[in-house]
Design a protein around this ligand. Structure first.
Ligand SMILES: *Cc1c(COP(=O)(O)O)cnc(C)c1O
Length: 385
């Protein structure tokens, strides 16, 4: 981030509070810069309390957490892992790290997440082809809860363990229960663009004490219990530092405040963009009893709508916003359309391909004020005529 560019409106920049530095200072004073220390334990306890799960392991990134999570679920070479196509690439890359293959599933139009019908079709087809999927990754895109009742019922029916990629969904809820605790393993990201950040970091949560211990073991080079360095398993260097965990402790104090502000920003856009031709703020409705943290506010253009200027596309909007020094981004490009995954199986794909073709993410940072939101609206009005 170019700190000198005060005028630029970013999509989702880091938003620090007042207390993060206290924890970092304490680590300096105690010379507890490393190794694992009180900030790490405190950060993990904060996440457990917020998510309502008994065990948490703080890690260097959300991607590392997904990697370890898949190992905990037994994924290995030759396995297949069910995964939404409509997500960030970091959801699926660790599947490939392990020599397994992602099997991509289309979205449904309500929440943009895993379509339960396509999912059933995929499970039956893979089993019919002689290979039962080893694991299922559920993602809550842009913080919006996926259709958990249907998805978890399928996972149970076919006895497939679930990894919940809640990287974008810290603070989101389903039936008053925080997301992240619905799978055998849950994952969060504290990357710089997420709702809370440690400048870079992640976490793995679980109800299973043995899984948490194994994650901690694998994340610290898999050192056997011996006085010398002995290793019987392949390990990784994935632990979060005690300094960064200090930032995380300060950030966790702000979770409710940040969710509230993201949701206000979404509502502001919904109200103030309502009159614009051929544009909707979406996905509109949260499933009954659920709450999205509204990490990013996203819009869809409706090219079939006669009101839409025929020249308006997400890309022309993005370029126009750019001339006003406002950052915006297309929605995630579906993974089944990525050159990297050209050979991976896919079930459906048209729903998320259409969302990608019509969608744009708007600046949604919690530090934005009314004036900045108005700037975004004005630029959209100019672009749409
Ligand atoms: C950000 C993100 C990740 C990866 O998290 P990092 O901390 O950046 O490694 C994984 N999945 C989704 C859906 C994400 O948005």
């Amino acid at each position: 981030m170019r700190s000198q560019d005060y005028d630029r409106l970013y999509l989702s920049p880091p938003h620090l509070g007042r207390h993060e530095l206290n924890y970092v200072h304490k680590a300096f004073e105690d010379n507890w810069v490393a190794p694992a220390g009180p900030n790490l334990a405190g950060f993990e306890a904060d996440i457990c309390a917020a998510v309502g799960v008994p065990y948490c392991v703080a890690l260097s990134s959300g991607t590392a957490a997904i990697h370890l999570g898949l190992i905990l679920l037994g994924v290995g070479p030759g396995d297949e892992v069910l995964c939404p196509s409509f997500t960030f690439v970091a959801t699926a890359n660790p599947v490939v790290y392990l020599g397994a293959t992602p099997v991509f599933i289309d979205s449904e139009a309500d929440t943009w997440n895993l379509c339960p019908e396509r999912l059933r079709e995929a499970i039956l087809d893979r089993i019919g082809k002689g290979k039962k999927p080893k694991a299922l990754i559920v993602v809550h895109l842009y913080g919006m809860p996926a259709k958990l009742p249907e998805i978890l019922a399928l996972a149970q029916e076919f006895d497939i363990p679930v990894l919940e990629d809640a990287a974008e969904a810290l603070g989101s809820e389903w039936q008053q229960q925080p997301l992240g605790g619905f799978g055998r393993v849950g994952v969060f990201s504290f990357n710089g663009n997420k709702i809370l950040t440690t400048s870079g970091g992640g976490a793995l949560v679980t109800y299973d004490r043995a899984l948490a211990e194994r994650a901690r073991f694998l994340a610290t080079q898999a050192k056997d219990d011996a006085p010398y360095y002995q290793h019987s398993q392949l390990g990784y260097n994935y632990r979060l530092s005690n300094i960064l965990a200090g930032i995380g402790r300060g950030q966790m104090e702000l979770l409710e405040e940040r969710v509230k502000r993201r949701r206000q920003i979404f509502e502001w856009y919904r109200e103030h963009l309502a009159g614009l031709p051929g544009l909707v703020v979406a996905p509109a409705a949260e499933p009954a009893g659920s709450r999205s943290n509204r990490w990013l506010t996203t819009i869809l253009l409706s090219p079939e709508d006669a009101d839409t200027p025929p020249t308006a596309t997400p890309e022309t909007l993005r370029q126009h916003l750019e001339t006003r020094n406002i950052e915006s981004r297309p929605l995630w490009k579906p993974l089944h359309l990525q050159p990297l995954f050209a050979d991976a199986p896919v079930y459906g794909g048209a729903v998320c391909a259409d969302l990608f073709a019509r969608g744009l993410c708007l600046p949604s940072g919690t530090a934005m004020g009314e004036g900045e939101l108005r700037r975004v609206r004005e630029a959209l009005v100019e672009a749409l005529g």
